[in-house]
Design a protein around this ligand. Structure first.
Ligand code: NDP
Ligand code: PYC
Length: 338
């Protein structure tokens, strides 16, 4: 039987989530930046990174694995590599601090990167990408996670679910944005199946004995599969190298060893690269933004949709009508305040 639902406006939900995090001991800066990405997930219909994530964040705070009041610090030596030390806190406040400097440097040099070190990371990457596309820049973001995915041909957890997100600004339109796990599905999706008591597709994961499983519990205990066979496995490995090894931060196996289990949010780094399309295209024929629209029109012309189109439609709806939460979801939000 379907559960009763309650409707909350985005600002009501936002106030509630900020309050939950402040009650749990986060500073105002950390609570509001962290709540922003969770509420954005719920607003855009990305349930795997919406309010369901609060419980894991609170567990991580209670376990002392995240710094609740740390102030992120930006280091800028004038080069194309900017660095924010998150000092063990959640990643969103660190990104918020570094994003304006990243955008300014990308406009100046054509390309610039933001390294976030020592953060606890649980969030979707598209909110960060949209911050940069809103500033007229193209952007790429990647980060490791914790060992939970087998490399192609293997059966044991080693790589993370390692998300990769990209965005391209579109004047007067929503940006082109994709953002996905390099595992067949995000781990959050499997967790949502476990909670709902539903099975997962057979090709998503193997159990601890390396046998394919449709049981989400066994999948979470075993190893997830990379998307696109050897191709996803290689992209995921690249993410470990660039946003783990190269930036002097933890890889997914190291993050799991540091954390001890997969029920808390992992501690590692993140790499964000911003590009100025005008600078790259300078002196070449055609306006890059006009040429991009030709490509998008051709995609749409075949009846295909652009990534994030569903998300933006959901955003329009929830901004207008509010988000609907089940009575279980409402109860768990209330229980976090008790
Ligand atoms: P999905 O498979 O749900 O979506 C991937 C992307 O593909 C989205 O941009 C989506 O747009 C787009 N898309 C889906 N269907 C189509 C279609 N038919 N045509 C065109 N585009 C389409 O993502 P995942 O489950 O892999 O990842 C979900 C989230 O999990 C991501 O936001 C990611 O950042 C996050 N994550 C975070 C991790 C971390 O360590 N912090 C680890 C792993 C994942 P739309 O949304 O509009 O459907
Ligand atoms: O959904 O795979 C996931 C994930 C891992 C860390 C944050 N999200």
């Amino acid at each position: 039987m379907a559960q009763e639902t309650s409707t909350l406006s985005i600002s009501e939900l936002s106030d509630l989530v900020v309050k939950i995090f402040e009650n749990a001991g986060l500073s105002g800066q950390q609570a509001s930046a962290t709540a922003d990405v969770i509420v954005a997930g719920e607003r855009d219909g990305c349930k795997s990174h919406g309010i369901y994530r609060i419980e894991g964040c609170l567990r991580t705070i209670a376990a002392g694995k995240v710094e609740p009041k740390a102030k992120p610090e930006l280091t800028d030596d004038g080069s194309a590599i900017l660095r924010v030390d998150a000092k063990g806190a959640f990643s969103p406040a660190a990104f918020k601090l570094g994003a304006p400097a990243l955008a300014e440097r990308a406009r100046q040099l054509g390309v610039a990167s933001l390294v976030i070190n020592s953060c606890t990371h649980f969030s979707a990457l598209w909110p960060e990408i949209e911050t940069l596309t809103d500033m007229g820049l193209a952007a790429l973001a990647i980060c490791p996670s914790y060992a939970s995915v087998a490399p192609y041909g293997g059966k044991e957890p080693l790589l993370g679910t390692n998300p990769i997100a990209f965005g391209w600004p579109r004047p007067s339109k929503h940006p082109y944005v994709f953002d996905f796990a390099t595992s067949i599905a995000a781990r959050g999706e499997i967790e949502l199946h476990r909670r709902a008591g539903t099975q997962i597709p057979e090709d998503w994961a193997v159990d601890v004995d390396g046998e394919p499983t449709t049981d989400p519990e066994k999948a979470l205990a075993g190893a997830m599969m990379p998307f696109g066979a050897h191709k996803g496995s290689a992209i995921s490995t690249m993410i470990e190298l660039l946003s783990g090894v190269m930036i002097g931060d933890m890889t997914s196996p190291e993050a799991l060893e540091n954390l001890g289990n997969t029920t808390l949010s992992p501690h590692h780094g993140e790499l964000i690269i911003a590009f100025s399309p005008e600078k790259f295209a300078a002196g070449r024929p055609g306006n890059p933004f006009v040429r991009a629209e030709v490509l998008f029109d051709a995609i749409l012309g075949q009846g295909a949709r652009l990534p994030s189109q569903r998300r933006f439609a959901m955003r329009d709806q929830t901004m207008r009508d509010g988000v609907q939460l089940t009575s279980d979801e409402m109860q768990s939000l209330q229980s976090f305040l008790a």
